[in-house]
Design a protein around this ligand. Structure first.
Ligand code: HEM
Length: 110
């Protein structure tokens, strides 16, 4: 598995281990989502990566990848991806608002 895939799986493992502690997981996921926006990751990419993750699990686990497991992984991935996407959106809104304020300031001082 590539280094990139390992990072994703490690992070998903951390999320699973702390699912009962949203106060721990959510801030970390928000920061991760904001960093991903900086990497140029867009919403549609999360769909691709989610599909690749399920495909990999299916290939790796074969018959052991039951429907129940598929549903559980889909639920966790959706939760994690949604938290990351929301944070990315919030970051973008803040940046847009700051940029608008800055250009307003420039206009006022011009
Ligand atoms: C649930 C979804 C994802 C998780 C848990 C995840 C996790 C991670 C982690 C832990 C890192 C290490 C760097 C850091 O902490 O900022 C990373 C880096 C990165 N991820 Fe993701 N990721 C996810 C989705 C995606 C998607 C959808 C893309 C785009 C196709 C993506 C592209 C990248 C890129 C470009 C880097 C930086 C690579 C580098 O410069 O080393 N990730 N990701």
């Amino acid at each position: 598995m590539t280094q990139q895939g390992q990072k994703l799986m490690t992070m998903l493992g951390v999320a699973v281990a702390n699912l009962t502690k949203p106060d721990v997981v959510l801030p970390a996921l928000k920061q991760l989502g904001a960093r991903h926006a900086g990497y140029g990751v867009r919403e549609a990419h999360y769909v691709t990566v989610g599909a690749a993750l399920l495909w990999t699990l299916e290939r790796g686990l074969g018959d052991s990848f039951t429907n129940e497991l598929r549903q559980a992984w889909t639920a966790v991935y959706t939760l994690v991806a949604d938290a990351m996407k929301t944070a990315a959106k919030e970051q973008q809104e803040t940046q847009t608002s700051l940029a608008n304020q800055a250009s307003g300031l420039e206009r006022n001082t011009a």
